[in-house]
Design a protein around this ligand. Structure first.
Ligand SMILES: Cc1cc2nc3c(=O)[nH]c(=O)nc-3n(C[C@H](O)[C@H](O)[C@H](O)COP(=O)(O)O)c2cc1C
Length: 359
């Protein structure tokens, strides 16, 4: 249950990322395997989203016309504005990929400097760039100079607690022309462990002169958003796992920002509708086989919220037809929520252990 939470923050309006004026200061974080077109559309329909970002895509693979990579950046006219997140360690490839994406219709380019995953870092990309200030700035400048659309950088606080390089990097990236930085308040060594370091994010806010700094990490409700604004002075918030659990969070934050009240929390039926909408958008996009295979990978987090019981969860993670999916939704609707569903706090989402494992 969301407790009413009165906003005491004076928000400057609106959030501007380069030439892009966002409808809200709340962004959907890139989440590999999740923030594809159907999910972005399902969340957009609930309102309040300022900017959605694709999952990270490999600049080289994009230039080599990889079909899988093209799938990651699938978009449509209703999916505006959207940023594509790219990663790579080669300036020319990153610049060429950004140009390609500008022609493709991306509203912004987000450069990944936060990814801790071994296969990204070992090629010198992702958070490895945070160990080499010169190379990182050159790469950012090359991308900024290659396109007219805004370029942002998403990074962590630094490699480890002894090396919080983000403030210095943010200053240099601002000089190189980035339109905003998004800062996940953890180090690479931290992985997803511990809690988010608000003082670390504040140091980045204080390091830049004019560009907005978007805070990221552990925001799942209005109270946590207020803490992020209060303790960091950030201009906006990027939300990842919180949006998987509570896709209304963007609309709630907008309402809270203007009225001081996030509004009522959404019931079991609405959460079921969201799952069904997500599945049907997958179906519309590429047919039954694609929808079922893609849904299997995300079924567990819908189940974490809906708590449908072991048997239904098994059917959802093995879903093989839209008829079966619709029958499950009908069954869950008839059955109603599990006991004390309304009182449950948002569950934790599983995250990888350690800095080098997969997301
Ligand atoms: C499953 C998963 C996939 C992620 N994929 C990406 C990604 O593609 N690019 C990126 O920059 N960060 C990625 N992240 C990190 C998130 O964007 C975000 O920085 C992190 O989860 C902290 O924010 P949150 O607490 O709001 O989730 C991923 C995180 C998770 C849990």
């Amino acid at each position: 249950m969301q407790t009413p939470f009165t906003s005491t923050i004076a928000f400057p309006q609106p959030l501007q990322v380069g030439a892009l004026r966002l409808a809200s200061r709340y962004l959907l974080s890139p989440l590999a395997g999740y923030t594809n077109l159907p999910f972005r559309l399902a969340v957009r329909e609930l309102g309040g989203l300022g900017l959605a970002t694709t999952e990270l895509v490999n600049a080289r693979a994009l230039l080599m016309n990889s079909k899988k990579t093209k799938d990651y950046i699938d978009t449509c006219p209703g999916d505006q504005p959207f940023a594509v997140q790219i990663f790579g360690a080669d300036d020319r490839e990153m610049a060429a990929a950004a140009q390609w994406l500008e022609n493709y219709g991306a509203s912004a380019i987000d450069i990944n400097m936060g990814c801790p995953v071994h296969k990204v870092v070992r090629g010198g990309a992702g958070s490895a760039l945070m160990c080499n200030a010169g190379a990182a700035s050159d790469l950012v400048r090359a991308v900024v100079e290659a396109v007219k659309i805004p370029v942002t950088v998403k990074m962590r606080l630094g490699w480890d607690d002894a090396n919080h390089s983000a403030p210095q990097f943010a200053r240099e990236f601002e000089a190189a022309g980035v339109a905003a930085v998004i800062i996940h308040g953890r180090t690479r060594a931290q992985g997803f462990g511990g809690s988010v370091n608000h003082a670390g994010i504040r140091a980045v806010v204080e390091a830049v002169e004019r560009i907005p700094v978007i805070g990221n990490g552990d925001v799942r409700n209005v109270a946590e958003a207020q803490r992020m604004f209060d303790m960091t002075g950030c201009a906006g918030i990027s939300i990842g796992r919180g949006a998987l659990l509570n896709p209304w969070i963007f609309a709630q934050l907008c309402r809270w920002e203007t009225t001081g009240d996030p509004g009522p929390s959404h019931g079991y039926g609405a959460r079921l509708d969201f799952m069904a909408r997500h599945f049907h958008l997958l179906l519309d996009q590429r047919g039954e086989k694609y929808a079922c295979l893609t849904f299997r990978k995300v079924a567990n987090w819908h189940c974490r919220v809906l708590r449908p019981g072991k048997e239904i969860q098994q059917r959802l993670v093995m879903i093989a037809s839209s008829a079966d999916f619709d029958a499950i939704v009908r069954h869950l609707r008839d059955k109603g929520p599990p006991p004390r569903w309304h009182e449950q706090a948002l569950p934790e989402l599983a995250v990888p252990k350690g800095p080098q494992s997969h997301w």
